[in-house]
Design a protein around this ligand. Structure first.
Ligand SMILES: Nc1ncnc2c1ncn2[C@@H]1O[C@H](COP(=O)(O)OP(=O)(O)OP(=O)(O)O)[C@@H](O)[C@H]1O
Ligand SMILES: [Mg+2]
Length: 269
């Protein structure tokens, strides 16, 4: 394939340094993403999922060191970007949906003002009608009322919709979401995931979605990456990974959810 992939991670290894020594967090991770790919990144706690999603945004903490490999977004090696290139990457190419939507909003500003401030550097109109339209796009009813509210006055599900609206307003080519619904209850979670995936799929961007929820990943993702102790133990199209898991670890994960290929429950997606 001669086309430049949207995301190409090659042999990426990183470690955190601590008083007790170096803790490897990613080991020789490879990843290729094309526009339209919806990737679910799964694996037990501490397997390196967040480290990978932060590495894509070049947002690893100082205590973390890349020991080998590279991350290219749209053919550009992120390690070589200067501060303005990095800002442009995060503003124009990558979108991010945080785990804690309310915590990611400024508690001192009304929702409308936060949206306006976010749109300004993009040269997008920030009048009331445009802002209300943004909220309607994430299926918020009574958008005019919500624009006047402060973050503590809205629910977690509503805040996550606002976060999705903010991320999508930038028309990202890659949306990264690290456990975006961990703070939401089950029904709201479904609605928010459905919304996120529809908007991303409709835009042709790629999604990197870190999740503990294998059922949701099976339902919505086109590709899956299974991580364990910093390694990718299995990756491929969703139906292959869930239907014919090659690695014992993936089988155990699926069995834990009673989602084994033989006789496991199926989603009525
Ligand atoms: N800031 C840090 N300092 C030291 N070690 C860290 C730091 N952040 C993560 N680690 C270690 O790196 C490894 C990978 O952590 P990471 O947070 O990427 O896992 P995760 O898959 O996102 O886990 P979870 O599902 O709990 O969010 C773990 O061993 C973790 O303890
Ligand atoms: Mg994590």
């Amino acid at each position: 394939m001669s086309e430049t992939p949207l995301v190409r991670v090659r042999g990426l290894s990183v470690e955190y340094r601590s008083r007790s020594g170096a803790v490897p967090a990613l080991r020789e991770v490879d990843l290729l993403l094309e526009p339209g790919d919806l990737l679910g990144v799964v694996g037990e706690s501490g397997s390196g999922k967040s480290t990978l999603s932060n590495a894509l945004r070049r947002l690893l903490p100082r205590s973390c060191r890349v020991t080998s490999g590279s991350v290219e977004i749209g053919g550009v090696d992120v390690a070589g970007l200067d501060p303005s290139g990095l800002r442009a990457l995060r503003r124009d190419v990558l979108g991010f949906i945080p785990q804690d939507p309310i915590g990611s909003l400024d508690p001192t500003l009304r929702i409308g003002r936060q949206l306006r401030l976010a749109l300004r550097p993009l040269g997008r109109p920030g009048d009331r009608e445009a802002l209300a339209g943004l909220l309607r796009g994430v299926r918020i009813r009574e958008p005019e009322r919500v624009l006047r509210l402060y973050p503590h006055e809205i629910s977690g599900g509503m805040a996550q919709r606002v976060a999705i609206a903010l991320a999508m307003a930038r028309e990202p080519r890659v949306l990264i979401a690290d456990e975006p619904t961990a703070a939401l209850d089950a029904q709201v979670r479904e609605e928010v995931l459905d919304l996120m995936v529809r908007l991303i799929a409709g835009s042709g961007a790629a999604l990197v979605w870190v999740s503990h929820d294998l059922r949701a990943v099976r339902r919505w993702c086109t590709r899956v990456m299974v991580m364990r102790e910093g390694e990718v133990v299995e990756a491929g199209p969703t139906e292959d990974v869930f239907g014919r898991p090659a690695h014992p670890y993936t089988r155990r994960l699926l069995e834990a959810l009673a989602m084994t290929p033989a006789g496991g429950e199926r989603e009525n997606a």
